[in-house]
Design a binder for this molecule. Structure first.
Ligand code: IPE
Ligand code: IPE
Ligand code: MG
Length: 254
């Protein structure tokens, strides 16, 4: 489908996909049934982003803290992801999606690490939507690992050096950050990168998040005035806000 010609669309959308457990609980199903439905919702959301010409979609699939859940749920989530990686890659390739897994891989099984690398390699030449799946990810982990990399390189620890060492250095910062499931918190997602993201919270549980819900979030985003520290009057004069640019040059917002 052709991209709609709309100005002021978010280039990078990030989502905390929350509410799978409650979706299942409402139906007297085991929590893992909610996570399965969550995979279906993600497939639908990826297609919707492709259809709307969104450049980057970053989703929170498993946090550094989610290891603290019951062992049965953790192993169910690992199995679900392992199966989804293998079964979804062909369709992602067809849709031109470039896949990245973002997070600390050390704690994952060797088989899972291999599956991640293979899926990334087989989609690396795709030029469509960049899909970042944050798995065993935490914003604090990311900042700490970036600081360690910069320190190891002997460079001074500047914002630019840290930014380039972060796990999402291959994409610009998110414009719109959505959290489903009704909680009003960040839960250790994109702590650095969300500095100027527009936040959108919805009560919809992740398995219920459909194209209309995405369109609502985009409409809310498009109605916001992003000022990046400037005043409203400055924006009406210059008409375009200047996003902070770590390389030192102000950059125009798309
Ligand atoms: C989000 O849904 C998915 C993961 C954290 C893996 P939850 O499992 O947190 O669902 P709720 O919040 O308990 O409903
Ligand atoms: C955040 O959801 C993590 C993911 C969606 C993967 P949680 O359900 O883990 O967050 P809290 O515990 O409610 O803050
Ligand atoms: Mg939750």
């Amino acid at each position: 489908m052709a991209s709609p010609v709309l100005s002021n669309m978010p280039h990078h959308v990030a989502i905390v996909m929350d509410g799978n457990g409650r979706w299942a609980g409402k139906r007297f199903l085991p929590r893992i049934a909610g996570h399965k439905q969550g995979v279906t919702a993600l497939r639908r959301c990826v297609k919707a982003c492709v259809a709307r010409g969104i450049g980057v979609l970053t989703v929170f699939a498993f946090s550094s803290e989610n290891w603290n859940r019951p062992a049965e749920e953790v192993s169910g989530l690992m199995d679900l992801l392992a199966r989804a990686v293998t079964s979804e890659v062909a369709e992602l390739k067809q849709n031109g999606v470039q896949l990245h897994f973002v997070g600390d891989r050390h704690r994952l099984s060797a088989a899972m690490q291999l599956a991640f690398s293979e899926a990334e390699a087989s989609t690396s030449l795709n030029a469509g939507l960049v899909l970042n799946i944050c798995f065993n990810y935490g914003g604090r982990w990311d900042i700490a690992q970036a600081a360690q990399k910069v320190a190891d390189s002997g460079q001074p620890i500047t914002e630019l050096a840290l930014d380039r060492a972060l796990a999402l250095a291959h994409v610009p910062d998110p414009d719109l950050l959505i959290r489903t499931g009704g909680e009003l918190r960040i839960s250790n997602f994109l702590l650095w990168q969300a500095a100027y993201a527009e936040l959108h919270f919805t009560d919809k549980l992740w398995p219920e998040f459909d194209d209309a819900a995405l369109d609502d979030a985009i409409a809310v985003f498009r109605s916001r005035e992003r000022r990046f520290g400037q005043t409203s009057a400055q924006l009406s004069n210059d008409s375009e806000a200047l996003a902070p640019d770590l390389a030192g040059q102000p950059k125009k917002v798309a």
